[in-house]
Design a protein around this ligand. Structure first.
Ligand code: FAD
Ligand code: DXP
Length: 652
């Protein structure tokens, strides 16, 4: 069976999409590192678009559409699992009551009903004495998310979705704007299409701005002596919610903590929850505690999910659902299946495209337009017609228009460096982590000298002689990029260089360090000698690019490794960036004409008499070389062949 669609991540979003895609005829495999670690098990299961007071209109629309699908969706899942004794998802359109401690100014909300103190106490007896009234959201509800995810998994199994737990996707390999496979701890998986649903961990695979937001939770049990359920509606307070299940559990949540993937419940977290819950509904004080747990919400900076196309034709995103992933599961599955199976993009999806976060990348502009072609003073209006359309340079899922990368070292002063970076048109600048951290001469204030909201930082491990050192410095580099505002930057230019005379990289140390860094979620761009075998091995371990040298660093000797670079390009499924040794624009163009995907040039620019002018020349040369490559060079011949026609000539 071929994998039509491979889903990375088996939480509620991966499973819901898997089931829907299978129902539409696709063969689906779900790879999941740890089913039990999914936020989907940790949630409270509220379906609360109204009570959550969502300010963003598109998000509110998405959430309400999903809530409206819930009844039919859970019934459909129940039918798919009939006879399996698991078909109860605990869906309950119970409404949500939001008690408040202070009288609001305006009680005219159209989606909610205002209840004064008497009325709210009739709706729900036993509320705290200082509750002055509250809102009633009749259309909101809840689902037992743990039951739901079991039902979903059973439905997936019965439909023939292949669910593989314990498989970690380490890297997503790409070639020319397409995903060509995913590297896992058990080998390579391939499919026609890939769907990324890795929740709070997605940033370990691609530089998407999704961070874990920890939530601590606990549950109580309704004491046996109470024959009737004391609570039959969700109570939604300030920083607290109480979700009564029909099975006599009462879920209390949740903290919202920006502490990375720090595990465990804490006394402080649980104390806050209990205090607020008891204030809202005092008799909980005496209920037995059932369970404590925590989970990691996948949070984006604007708290909206990332849904839809990526820069790769065959990779779709469905992640970043933050506090509403349970609610949004059915609509996400529907819209993503429409997109993948029918190429139908619901207009709402435009609001959730990942490019809203992108400062550097663009998905629409062809790459070649970034430098203005020289026109000898004449503006030729047709020139744009001649530009061969090109796809952007994509590295580890991030898209760049410029194919020239530069460095920051060796400049006479910071101003020259700044002007050169601008003139080069580059969008990626590599920075030596060690030199910046130690404020080495010429590197003082360097980190602050560039606008990192426009330039993507490529921290490099220059100065590291061993794999261990390089791994350590790479981790520092990731922190450095974060400190400078690039939260989602997991790129590292890996340099392991034990020899100071030729600055030639150590192939074994580079491979070892690359393997480890890929496992740690880095997008690794290794600097290597132009060795085709090594390039292949690095690709196999999941590197994002390979960066073969043209000649030794800083030598300006030009392309000395042409034959090997040609082989590397021919065999690579990841971008090939020719790095080091380029001395003149003609050599930059030559490397691009060979089919290199990009170049890294530092010394030739920094040491030119007029560095910014040389940077501009390199910019044009990179574009010219790329355009020539796309245009297709004429074949070489052994003998002359006259340019003017041979027929019709006058014979003497
Ligand atoms: C405390 C808490 C309370 C919440 N309450 C609610 C609520 O009341 N209502 C609501 O709608 N939402 C709620 N949420 C939010 C909701 O739980 C999440 O938005 C939702 O579960 C996200 O689902 P997901 O499938 O994207 O991610 P997850 O459920 O986290 O699943 C991701 C899966 O991907 C796997 N994975 C990650 N990386 C890899 C990799 N490299 N290779 C293979 N597999 C990988 C993980 O092991 C995991 O199993 C709550 C969340 C928390 C933490
Ligand atoms: C800055 C950087 O990473 C350099 O080490 C890179 O290899 C470029 O080499 P050149 O300085 O020869 O262009």
């Amino acid at each position: 069976m071929t994998n039509d669609v491979l889903i990375i991540g088996g939480g509620i979003i991966g499973l819901a999409c898997g089931v829907e895609l299978r129902l539409r005829g696709a063969n689906v495999t779900v790879l999941c590192r740890d089913f039990t670690a999914a936020a989907s098990h940790a949630a409270a299961g509220m379906l609360a678009p109204d009570a959550e007071n969502i300010p963003n209109e598109a998000m509110l629309d998405l959430c309400r559409r999903s809530r409206n699908l819930y009844l039919d969706w859970t019934q459909k899942l129940a039918e798919l699992t009939t006879g399996k004794d698991l078909n109860n998802t605990g869906y309950w359109s119970c409404g949500i009551l939001a008690p408040v401690y202070q009288q609001p100014k305006d009680t005219g909300d159209k989606t909610a009903y205002w209840l004064d103190q008497d009325a709210i106490n009739q709706y729900q007896p036993g509320l705290g004495a200082d509750v002055v009234g509250g809102w009633w959201y009749p259309e909101d509800g809840q689902v037992d998310n743990r039951a739901l995810i079991k039902v979903l998994r059973t439905a997936a199994d019965s439909l023939g979705v292949v669910f593989q737990d314990g498989i970690t996707v380490a890297a997503i390999s790409q070639q020319q704007g397409k995903v060509i496979g995913v590297q896992t701890n058990t080998g390579l998986f391939r499919a026609d299409h890939y769907l990324l649903t890795a929740g709070a961990w997605v940033n370990q695979l691609l530089p998407l701005p999704v961070r874990p937001r920890k939530g601590q939770m606990l549950s109580l049990r309704v004491p046996d002596f109470l024959t009737e359920l004391p609570l039959t509606r969700v109570l939604f307070g300030e920083n607290i919610y109480i979700v009564p299940r029909r099975n006599r559990s009462i879920i209390i949540g949740a903290t919202s903590e920006d502490v990375g993937f720090t595990a465990d419940n804490t006394p402080g977290g649980i104390q806050n929850l209990l205090q607020s819950a008891i204030r809202l509904y005092p008799q909980l004080e005496n209920y037995p505690i059932q369970e404590l747990w925590w989970g990691f919400r996948p949070a984006t900076p604007d708290e909206l999910p990332i849904l839809g196309h990526s820069d790769c034709d065959n990779l779709t995103f469905a992640t970043g659902h933050h506090r509403n992933g349970i609610l949004l599961a059915p609509i996400t599955a529907t819209l993503i299946a429409d997109l993948i199976c029918e190429q139908k993009a619901d207009p709402l999806l435009a609001n959730f495209h990942y490019s809203r976060f992108s400062t550097v990348s663009s998905t629409t502009t062809p790459m070649l337009i970034h430098a203005t072609p020289a026109t000898n003073g004449h503006r030729n209006p047709e020139i744009s017609d001649l530009i061969v359309p090109d796809s952007p340079l994509i590295i580890a899922g991030k898209s760049f228009k410029s194919r020239l990368m530069t460095g920051t070292g060796k400049y006479r002063n910071i101003q020259e460096m700044q002007q050169s970076v601008t003139a080069s048109g580059c969008q990626i600048v590599t920075v030596a982590v060690r030199r910046v951290q130690t404020n080495a001469p010429g590197h003082e204030g360097l980190a602050e000298a560039l606008d990192w909201s426009k330039i993507w930082m490529l921290p490099n491990t220059a100065g590291c002689q061993t794999a261990e050192e390089a791994i350590r410095v790479a981790r520092l580099g990731r922190e450095m990029a974060k400190l400078l505002g690039q939260e989602d930057n997991n790129f590292v230019k890996l340099e392991v260089i034990p020899d100071a005379k030729y600055l030639l990289p150590d192939p074994i140390g580079t491979l070892q360090a690359a393997e480890q860094l890929v496992k740690e979620g880095f997008a690794v761009l290794p600097y290597i000698n132009a060795d085709p075998m090594l390039a292949k091995r690095l690709e196999e371990v999941g590197c994002a690019t390979v960066m073969p040298l043209a000649a030794p660093i800083g030598s300006g000797q030009g392309l000395k490794t042409t034959a090997n670079i040609q082989i590397i390009i021919e065999n690579a499924n990841i971008p090939v960036v020719v790095d080091a040794g380029i001395g003149a624009p003609s050599e930059a163009a030559e490397a691009m004409e060979l089919g290199a995907d990009a170049l890294l040039i530092n010394s030739a620019i920094a040491l030119a008499e007029n560095a910014p002018a040389m940077a501009y020349a390199m910019n044009l040369a990179t574009v010219a070389g790329r355009m020539a490559y796309l245009a297709g060079r004429m074949p070489m011949k052994n003998y002359a062949s006259a340019s003017s026609p041979l027929t019709g000539t006058i014979t003497g």
